[in-house]
Design a protein around this ligand. Structure first.
Ligand SMILES: O=P(O)(O)OC[C@H]1O[C@H](OP(=O)(O)OP(=O)(O)O)[C@H](O)[C@@H]1O
Ligand SMILES: O=c1cc[nH]c(=O)[nH]1
Ligand SMILES: [Mg+2]
Length: 219
């Protein structure tokens, strides 16, 4: 897997990441969602530098100009719920993309902190030959990305797979790497070292879905 750790090169992206992490700032839900969207825009822009381009003629009011434009047929697929604002950020830049949505949630299996990932909703075009952007702000244990990928396999074989995340935990990234093709790209804003015993990223930012949309009942 090709890992593009975008925070490694200082940019204004650091401010967006600081704001989603900061407990004094992240409680402003509108700002939190907008920051996920802004990070989606930045990662999308970075990713765009690796796509295929072909010259297209554009007619201005005063003449013609050849402009290299993206050739890839793109599908942006995000994982509900927290993926929604992130999805919008990517779609702001790849406005010609097709879209897919898939749900994944942690189903607590009984006593203690054990959970399994349940995938229940999927809406997607064919993925055959497409450039798939699979987006979820949090890559914690990595199980959501892996389960979702298993469900997407029946929709065709993408030509390229790009995973996008805001914060990832190192152990989760290592697990994801084992389940995706070796030429998969991971575009990730920030990487943290650890998970706690509930599978939360430490220090991370907390629960991205709840911060964006409010708390939900466990089931
Ligand atoms: O890498 P993992 O260990 O699978 O954890 C990451 C998942 O957890 C969060 O979703 P959550 O299950 O909280 O759902 P939500 O977006 O509806 O809150 C997050 O958005 C990821 O989908
Ligand atoms: O740290 C984590 C782990 C899973 N889901 C989140 O939103 N945050
Ligand atoms: Mg959540």
């Amino acid at each position: 897997m090709h890992i593009h750790h975008i925070e490694n090169r200082n940019s204004v992206l650091n401010h967006f990441i600081a704001q989603v992490r900061d407990r004094a700032v992240q409680t402003d839900r509108m700002r939190f969602r907008r920051n996920l969207e802004r990070i989606g825009e930045v990662l999308g822009y970075e990713l765009s530098k690796t796509l295929s381009y072909a010259p297209k003629s554009v007619t201005t009011p005063l003449g013609e100009k050849e402009v290299p434009l993206v050739e890839n047929e793109m599908v942006i697929c995000s994982i509900l719920r927290a993926g929604l604002p992130f999805h919008n950020g990517l779609l702001n830049y790849f406005d010609h993309a097709e879209n897919a949505f898939i749900s994944a949630y942690r189903h607590h299996t009984g006593q203690g902190d054990d959970f399994e990932i349940r995938v229940e909703y999927l809406s997607s075009p064919s993925l055959d030959g497409k450039t798939l952007l699979l987006a979820d702000p949090m890559l914690a244990t990595g199980q959501s990305f892996i389960s979702v990928y298993e469900s997407l396999k029946k929709l065709g074989t993408p030509a390229e797979i790009h995973l996008l995340a805001v914060i990832g935990a190192r152990p989760g990234i290592e697990l994801v790497e084992k389940h995706f093709p070796s030429d998969t790209h991971l575009w990730i804003a920030a990487i943290d070292d650890k998970l706690n015993d509930k599978g939360y990223i430490i220090p991370g930012l907390g629960d991205a879905g709840d911060l964006a949309y409010g708390s939900k009942l466990q089931h």
